[in-house]
Unconditional design. Structure first.
Length: 277
């Protein structure tokens, strides 16, 4: 599941639009206005003066054209979100609060059913959620590394290490996960423009993307932990470890490390991570 509406657009007909059409306050020309708005979200929109005009003048044709519009015809996730928010205005204009509220309720149920990355707020605003943003960050990171012959194996090794925990959640396996993630970030950072070094601590000094030195220091401290804790990257210093590493460390440290990825590479568009594409 992508977590984005465009990935399950085909399901919206059954879950949202066909149900709206059955509402007692839905007018006959509902899909005439909806298709007019949907056309604006298409990558190759119909000419408003000719093709579009012919369709929206006929309720049956508009309904058919709306239903047949596939996700591949849309400009992307952002355009689709904008359409769905404009559609709320259509509901208000054509059916008043009862139809608009029905649209809100159906959309909210749809988001929950498919575990999508948005929170719906009144009157009708689709807002990214924190879990959705993090999931998109990891997906974009995976997509970016898949395009690089050297980075792809490192990402696969990190993912395999995480999967291996299913059978063995020992301290050794947890250390391997952290090690693989640090190795991946180190390799990613080496590809950042202007970087001439090959260790993560030194990369942090060269990337020039930090909003404050304390953010940079936080990344360097995590790298220092991975280098100093026995058995992660090196033999480490046993005198500096306070306790054996455990699952809480895997969860906390891997999430923290993933959050630093946008500082180490220009392969990730942070705007897209938040808003979608």
């Amino acid at each position: 599941m992508r977590g984005e509406i465009i990935g399950v657009w085909s399901e919206t007909w059954r879950e949202i639009w066909s149900k709206l059409a059955k509402h007692p306050d839905a007018p006959e020309d509902l899909f005439c206005e909806l298709f007019r708005e949907l056309n604006a979200a298409c990558s190759a929109p119909l000419d408003p003066a000719t093709e579009l005009a012919d369709i929206v003048d006929n309720p049956d044709q508009a309904r058919t054209a709306f239903r047949r519009t596939k996700a591949s015809a849309l400009m992307g996730e952002i355009a689709l979100l904008e359409f769905m928010e404009r559609a709320h205005g259509v509901m208000v204009d054509l059916g008043g609060d009862p139809l608009a509220n029905r649209y809100f309720v159906l959309t909210e149920a749809f988001l929950n059913k498919y575990s999508l990355r948005y929170d719906l707020r009144r009157p009708f605003s689709l807002n990214p959620t924190l879990p959705g943003v993090f999931a998109r960050l990891m997906r974009d990171l995976k997509d970016a590394t898949a395009q690089d012959a050297a980075l792809h194996p490192l990402m696969m090794e990190f993912e395999d290490a995480i999967r291996d925990l299913r059978a063995d959640r020992s301290a050794g396996r947890i250390k391997t996960c952290i090690q693989k993630q640090v190795n991946l970030l180190e390799a990613i950072g080496q590809r950042c423009p202007g970087v001439t070094t090959n260790t993560l601590g030194q990369i942090c000094e060269q990337v020039g993307t930090w909003p404050h030195n304390k953010v940079k220091d936080a990344m360097k401290c995590l790298y220092g932990f991975a280098s100093d804790y026995p058995g992660i990257r090196h033999g480490g210093n046993a005198n500096n470890s306070i306790r054996e590493i455990e699952m809480r460390d895997l969860v906390g440290i891997t999430v923290l490390l993933a959050g630093f990825a946008p500082y180490l590479t220009n392969l990730i568009n942070s705007d897209n991570v938040y808003r979608g594409t």
